[in-house]
Design a protein around this ligand. Structure first.
Ligand SMILES: Nc1ncnc2c1ncn2[C@@H]1O[C@H](COP(=O)(O)OP(=O)(O)OP(=O)(O)O)[C@@H](O)[C@H]1O
Length: 266
């Protein structure tokens, strides 16, 4: 980026989470989660199973209400919004679900066009054209668009889920474990498609994963969640030289280290 010496540009975050706390009964899951995601940036949240990665995404989407803290999107506080205002915020967000979450009772293109038709009231013929274009962006033909999702492999279903996530040209895309259930080669292909599509749409991306190979391919920055807090946040290139023993243990999948594994206590 070119900047003039006299006018430094300091963009404000697309997503800002400040001291977000969330407990379920006595179980504290988020205990002061802080994260800024800048416009056009791809941030990956890593952390062990049950550390609250999904809970943090659900708090941004309004599916869960934090107990305290602040979440802003485009500088606007989004906690406590009316349903109508919340829906308007969520209309800016695309989501690729872990299992792709396709409806098997309708065709592939109808899945991709679902929000355009149901949410935005777009005419079916126009929505179909957009769906076919988005399927093309993820490398799927119009012939696939006419098929039933049940006929597709896991990798193809992920591509359809990605096409649906970008169908509305969202400002923000969430990726929930995008490579789970895929073989390493298909995981690599999906990661490359994610990077390409996020760039083409010009979106800001937030991904949760424990697939470190995937994180390295798609992240600009990474934050590690442990015991409800971000214990380390930095550029992905710093992952192997973090100097943080928790990050080191997690990234290298070591059985020995400082990470407290509740499962070993049962
Ligand atoms: N609606 C809920 N009610 C009660 N507990 C919940 C609820 N949602 C999540 N939890 C608990 O919060 C903790 C964090 O869950 P979360 O799904 O965010 O973990 P995660 O880091 O995404 O894990 P994984 O990598 O295994 O998907 C878990 O102990 C989970 O049981």
């Amino acid at each position: 980026m070119t900047r003039t010496a006299t006018a430094p540009v300091q963009a404000s975050p697309k997503i800002a989470m400040r001291n977000v706390k969330k407990a379920f009964g006595s179980k504290v899951v988020l205990d002061g989660f802080d994260l800024d995601v800048m416009p056009g940036e791809s941030v990956v949240i890593i952390g062990g199973s049950g550390t609250g990665k999904s809970v943090s995404l659900k708090c941004i989407l309004g599916l869960l209400n934090p107990d305290s803290g602040e979440i802003d999107i485009d500088g606007q506080p989004i906690l406590g919004l009316s349903k109508q205002d919340r829906d308007a915020v969520n209309a800016k967000i695309g989501m690729l679900f872990q299992n792709a979450a396709l409806f098997d009772s309708i065709s592939v293109w109808e899945n991709v066009a679902f929000t355009l038709v149901q949410g935005e009231g777009m005419a079916r013929s126009k929505a179909r054209d957009i769906a076919m274009e988005k399927l093309g962006q993820v490398g799927l033909s119009a012939e696939i668009g006419e098929r039933n999702p049940a006929q597709l492999s896991g990798g193809m279903r992920k591509r359809v889920g990605l096409a649906r996530a970008i169908a509305g040209d969202p400002d923000i895309i969430f990726f929930d474990e995008p490579t789970t259930g895929l073989d390493p080669i298909m995981g690599h292909i999906i990661d490359k498609l994610i990077v390409k599509c996020v760039r083409e749409v010009g979106a800001t991306a937030l991904t949760i994963t424990h697939d470190m190979a995937s994180a390295r391919r798609i992240a600009d920055r990474v934050t590690m969640l442990y015991k409800g807090k971000n214990i380390w946040t930095d550029r992905i290139e710093k992952l192997d030289s973090s100097g943080n023993p928790y990050v080191h243990q997690f990234v290298n999948g070591l059985a020995e280290g400082p990470i407290d594994l509740p499962i070993l206590k049962n």
